[in-house]
Ligand binder design. Structure first.
Ligand code: NAD
Ligand code: AHE
Ligand code: ZN
Length: 404
């Protein structure tokens, strides 16, 4: 059957830092191993703002950003109700002359089907590649060479176009669009009862923070933890550390207004570097009798990454880099810091195996074992996306969820 192009609204980033434009975008049908998803809700993450700023070496323009979302796979044939809503009284004309198949699931896709509720995953999980089979990482190699350059793996082309001009994909997800096409290895099927306007956050920020603690650092009960940056990712680290039984969770942020919110996520002490003359690593070492057991950098600032390593306890302290730093930025420290037992690590999507574990995270949310609603401070629509980006740079915004 001939697949059908869907024309829908999407926010296109034509150039770095220029306001996104809501365009009529043509979304091509999925090819083999691909899935076309109707996105219902998407949130904004700082990584979207980072790429939009032009500082991401993998950032290509024009593109459709967005990677923290939820939606469903549309049914293959328009049902009568769809026919009626599309063609009104003349639905029978459509039925006889215009019937088309809307391909949602490409050839060879077996694990998801129309009707499924899904979360697109920028970190794929094919379960077959060297990475997936290693048991040592959640990174997957199957489609990464395509997702890093804004195209699909099959034909190295985009499925998005505006008036015939191709628009690049982003992170293999491009969720700032009413419809998107993703690789089947990048789709997590979730409980249909889960509220999509909430669980979209499990597509990135909340999962990353929790996983950084549980999978990457493996924080033990009684540990002293320092969290640098109390945005969504940092607060999720605090939440994860509390669940892991940390005895002290020290939140560090240059915005003192973060303190009250942070307490609700498990932060037990707050330090604002601006209140101190000493380097922040020294402040923390003094506060903790020699340093913390675990630290997490959730900002994307290379000087803070150094401080986060150097505030760790000699002999065993581990620091996890979560923040994404701009192109050209490099980390440094005295090698002696590592020689004397501190460990420097990083995490992508909190080390979670996406297709396998996102549904598990959704279940944990449904059982009220993890927070999600509490990270949502604003709700807007796709048409208000530029206001949503403005909000992201204001202290009072954790996550803004857009109705797409
Ligand atoms: P955010 O902007 O909401 O939070 C950052 C926080 O850091 C803010 O509260 C800000 O006040 C604070 N801050 C800024 N400069 C500081 C400084 N010098 N010292 C102390 N605090 C400072 O961002 P977010 O959405 O929570 O994301 C955090 C970072 O994590 C970003 O870099 C994002 O790109 C990255 N990220 C990484 C992954 C991953 O898989 N590794 C996943 C999601 C997000
Ligand atoms: N293109 C960027 C890399 C950005 C980056 O590190 N991304 C994180 C996810 S951030 C989500 O908000 C990640 O998972 N990286 C692993 C990967 O394979 O991309 C750059 O700076 O080059
Ligand atoms: Zn993100």
């Amino acid at each position: 059957t001939q697949g059908q192009v869907i024309t829908c609204k999407a926010a296109v980033a034509w150039e770095p830092n220029k306001p996104l434009v809501i365009e009529d975008v043509q979304v091509a049908p999925p090819q083999a191993g691909e899935v076309r998803i109707k996105i219902l809700f998407t949130a904004l993450c700082h990584t979207d703002a980072y790429t939009w700023s032009g500082k991401d070496p993998e950032g290509l323009f024009p593109c459709i950003l967005g990677h923290e979302a939820a939606g469903y796979i549309v049914h293959s044939v328009f049902c009568l109700w769809h026919l009626y809503t599309l063609t009104g009284e003349c639905w029978f004309i459509y039925l006889f002359f215009g019937r088309r198949i809307v391909e949602s699931v490409g050839e060879g896709v077996t694990e998801v089907q129309p009707g499924d509720h899904v979360i697109p995953c920028y970190q794929a999980e094919c379960r077959e590649c060297k990475f997936c089979k290693s048991g040592k990482t959640n990174l997957c190699g199957k489609v990464r060479t395509a997702t890093g350059v804004g195209v699909m793996m099959n034909d190295r082309k985009s499925r998005f176009a505006v008036n015939g001009k191709p628009i690049y994909h982003f992170m293999g997800t491009s969720t700032f669009s009413q419809y998107t096409v993703v690789h089947d290895v990048s789709v997590a099927k979730i409980d249909t009862k889960a509220p999509l306007d909430k669980v979209c956050l499990l597509g990135c920020g909340v999962s990353t923070g929790l996983g950084a603690v549980w999978n990457t650092a493996k924080v033990e009960p009684g540990s002293i933890v320092a969290v640098f940056g109390l945005g969504t990712v940092g607060l999720a680290v605090a939440e994860g550390a509390k669940a892991a039984g940390a005895s002290r969770i020290i939140g560090i942020d240059i915005d003192s207004k973060k303190l009250d919110t942070a307490k609700n996520f498990g932060v037990t002490e707050f330090v604002n570097p601006k209140d101190h003359d000493k380097p922040i690593q020294q402040v923390l070492v003094d506060l903790t009798d020699g340093g913390v057991d675990y630290s997490f950098e959730c900002i994307g600032n290379v000087s803070v990454m150094r401080a986060a390593l150097e505030c760790c306890h000699k002999g065993w302290g581990t620091s996890v880099i979560v923040g994404v730093a701009a192109s050209g930025q490099e980390i440094s420290t005295r090698p002696f810091q590592l020689v004397t037992g501190r460990v420097w690590k990083g995490t992508a999507f909190g080390g979670f195996k996406s297709r396998t574990q996102v549904p598990w995270l959704v279940e944990k949310y449904m059982k009220k074992e993890i927070k999600v609603d509490e990270y949502i401070t604003h709700n807007l629509t796709l048409g208000e996306i530029n206001e949503a980006f403005d909000l992201l740079h204001e202290g009072g915004c954790l996550r803004c969820v857009l109705k797409v």
